[in-house]
Design a protein around this ligand. Sequence first.
Ligand SMILES: *Cc1c(COP(=O)(O)O)cnc(C)c1O
Length: 406
Amino acid sequence: MIRANKHFKKLQSSYLFYNIAMRVNAFQKANPTAKIIRLGIGDVTQPLPPVCIEAFHKAADEQSAPETFRGYGPSEGYAFLREVVAGIDFRSRGANIDPDEIFISDGSKCDCGNFQELFSTDSIAAIPDPVYPVYLDTNVMAGRTGVYKEGRYEGVVYLPCTAENRFIPSLPDQTVDLIYLCSPNNPTGSVMDRENLNRWVSFARESQALILFDAAYADFIREDDLPRSIFEIEGAQEVAVEFRSFSKMAGFTGTRCAYTVVPKACMAYDENGDAISVRDLWMRRQTTKFNGVSYPVQRAAEAAFSERGRDQVRGLTDYYLENAKIVRMAMAELGFETAGGVNSPYIWINTGQDDWSFFDRLLQKASVVTTPGSGFGNNGVGFIRISAFNSRENVITAMERISQIA
Ligand SMILES: *Cc1c(COP(=O)(O)O)cnc(C)c1O
């Protein structure tokens, strides 16, 4: 008899986006003329930069001629892309990362979801609360947690991110093995500074733990003294892996390209305490289960690093950051405590009330869709996340409407 993976039964159905969609649909049905503005989901709205489109077209044409046709590529990605990534995202910022430590993939969601399978099931995971739900759910699926009780899975070490710690996770008071950090954070928009990262890197080194650092929003960082990569921190290469994505920075959410940095110095340990290269494990995993990202997509991603590409990407992120500023200022003006929105496209707002009630009020009275914070973890109760991913016009209109009803 084929038996199902019993750990899937522990998963809490993600009612969040389903529930939001239900409420939005009901509202639209009852108010057919209402012009709904969606500042809820974390998907970009601006098209790909023109340089990426040009490179994409050109690479598609190469596939039409026998001389330039390419079949299976290396599963860790083409050298042309790994080289520009290492040079521009790391070496130019003082992080000593080699091209062969870069693994190109079709998304950071899969990479952060898949990476945990390299480690023993009895590893203890530390996961921020609130945070992007992928980290928690993939550990549940892998059987790394107990059952769900009162908003918590047994066996997970939750790292509360609250106004008291300015939404930056504090060190746990027990040892852990696998540490998830997300900076700039989804959903709180907070960014870890050098001191925060130093503390986590030292902690991981002392306990021979591994940090999985999700920097999907690194290109939204504008303050120069903030690190964009954990590898700008000394000693991180032995204890950290970093996830980056073209999705939010260059509009690749539907085109799909990302990369993961796994330094050669990064180690896990066997039952005798002997070191094993995490990079070798990931290489083995990827060559077995993954066949690489399509050639035209990798050419489009490469183009984002050209001089024109970097200007255009900067233009895109600037555009969303200006939206974020408009949201942040408008909500602050209305007297709400806000976090994020400076080096991040997300603004995290303390509503001072039940987050679903507040969500409903914004929907009913202003026709604006946001995301209730409780969907990201227990510490999100009472907060909403507003996303800057929309047109300038819609963001301004949404804030005018909210100002009129608040
Ligand atoms: C959007 C997002 C990702 C990446 O998404 P992909 O499109 O799969 O590359 C990763 N982490 C966080 C926190 C995100 O919000």
